[in-house]
Design a binder for this molecule. Structure first.
Ligand code: NGQ
Ligand code: ZN
Length: 459
């Protein structure tokens, strides 16, 4: 399908331009003309406002959107990431396929309303509550795919291999049996997921060993050698206890261990990478792998600070993910990342690349590049050949209206957040208008209904 629109203002790879004529074919940008002649714009739809590329969300577990707000009550002692994980395990015990789909649709809809137009879903909930395969072993992947189809978000699906309960071959706990596969069953699941994904024209598949805690060295080697293409995502060094356990098991820190044993390159995305030494930080930056930062979740879970200032100075690649989906906003992730560095280093504008640069624009640009690389999709830029994925800001919004162009991204990231979003397009379709997803009513009604029923079971 062909369509053409005229963007009033557009953020192209070389900066802002006014009057940009965009031609689209089958969801991809097929032509881009700056300041077209009057005969080229006759009868063409005009999009008022400031259009920026949609941000790729490089890490999410959509089902966790269903427990947002349910893990904020103080427990008996020492609340931590690990006690949160227990709450999360209890929550997922009762999830059925309809729940998974309804919650995923809600999260994906909110992603689109919050500035994310594409998503890498790190999908590890595979089996029924007893740990048995569903009749279709990719049943829950099918539900994620169906939610992507309902909402229109561009999907990179990452089926996850989860094969041990902790470092050194610990057996999976009962609460982890919905995640468990050996390599053979994982490969079958991956194949079934790839087949199911064919209904989405531009989707991509990758692989995701859950973490060094959850796969054995042999399995990791076998998985990486199995001939599966696409990006490789892994959780790493998120918690101090995880680093300590890895040291106790192997004598190496998680990032050290990974670099010692595998050729980490631009295909990789290391999720969190919170706790790194300076040497590890240098190795990660040099490798061109993407650091998959999830600042809101990392703050919510008490993970610690990613060493963003040093990493940025080394020109390391990074992007952002909404991970636990406790709050869903592309701009809030960036704001939280910068604020973490400000609090840590007692400075300001720490992630702007040079004097005179806008922090909001630099954060946004970095996250666009890193996100596109991590998803391995032609996203994250308004250029010919890329997906038509964009967010249009309302320039009549009181925060943006008085400001000159060079402050727009700062006003978005630090002040207005999603309230400045007018419309969002993904894959050439207008999915959000006046800040609301076109299927908002159906999706929220289904979500509310499923969640109420579920919470009666969870108690
Ligand atoms: C996850 N989430 O897979 O959902 C994890 C918790 C784990 C984060 N790491 C479970 N933020 O890591 O074992
Ligand atoms: Zn995660």
């Amino acid at each position: 399908m062909n369509q053409t629109v005229l963007l009033e203002h557009a953020l192209l790879p070389d900066g802002w331009h006014s009057d940009v004529l965009v031609g689209m074919t089958d969801g991809l940008i097929s032509s881009l003309i700056i300041q077209p002649g009057p005969q080229q714009t006759d009868g063409v739809q005009r999009i008022k406002g400031a259009t920026i590329p949609g941000l790729p969300n490089l890490h999410s577990h959509t089902f966790q959107r269903g427990m947002a707000g349910l893990a904020e009550t103080r427990g008996p002692s020492g609340d931590s990431f690990w006690t949160w994980r227990q709450v999360m395990y209890r929550f997922l015990e009762h999830l059925d396929p309809d729940d998974v789909e309804a919650i995923a649709a809600m999260a994906m809809m909110e992603m689109l309303e919050g500035g994310f137009t594409s998503l890498a879903e790190f999908h590890y909930l595979h089996h029924d509550p007893k740990g048995h395969h569903y009749a279709n072993r990719a049943e829950l992947a099918v539900r994620i795919i169906s939610a992507a189809q309902q909402t229109g978000i561009n999907l990179t699906l990452l089926p996850v291999l989860y094969a041990q309960g902790g470092f050194g071959g610990q057996p999976v706990a009962d609460q982890q049996r919905r995640f468990y596969n050996d390599l053979e069953s994982y490969l079958a699941l991956h194949q079934a997921s790839a087949d199911a994904l064919k209904i989405l024209p531009h989707a991509k598949i990758g692989i995701a060993p859950h973490s060094l805690r959850a796969v054995t060295p042999d399995m990791l080697t076998a998985l990486l050698g199995a001939g599966l293409s696409g990006p490789v995502h892994i959780h790493i060094a998120e918690q101090v206890k995880e680093v300590d356990d890895c040291l106790a098991w192997s004598g190496r820190r998680p990032v050290e261990w990974l670099f010692d044993h595998h050729a980490v390159d631009a295909h990789w995305c290391l999720i969190h990478a919170t706790h790194m030494t300076e040497t590890e930080t240098q190795a990660l930056a040099r490798s061109q792998a993407v650091a998959g930062l999830c600042p809101l979740t990392e703050a919510n879970l008490g993970d610690g600070f990613f060493n963003a200032s040093s990493y940025q100075a080394l020109n390391g690649a990074w992007g952002v993910g909404s991970d636990s989906n406790v709050e869903i906003s592309a701009f809030a992730e960036l704001r939280c990342l910068e604020y973490g560095q400000r609090l840590l280093h007692r400075g300001r504008n720490l992630l702007a690349s040079a004097e005179g640069r806008s922090t909001g624009l630099d954060l946004y640009t970095k996250a666009l590049h890193g996100g596109a690389q991590a998803l391995q999709q032609p996203v994250g830029a308004l250029r010919v050949g890329a997906q038509a994925d964009w967010v249009t800001l309302d320039l009549t919004h009181p925060t943006l209206a008085p400001l000159p162009q060079r402050h727009w991204l700062d006003a978005l990231v630090f002040v207005a957040d999603r309230s400045a979003i007018d419309c969002v397009m993904a894959g050439g379709q207008f999915l959000v208008r006046q800040g609301r997803h076109i299927a908002r009513e159906t999706i929220t009604a289904r979500f509310t209904d499923r969640l109420k029923r579920l919470l009666m079971q969870v108690g």
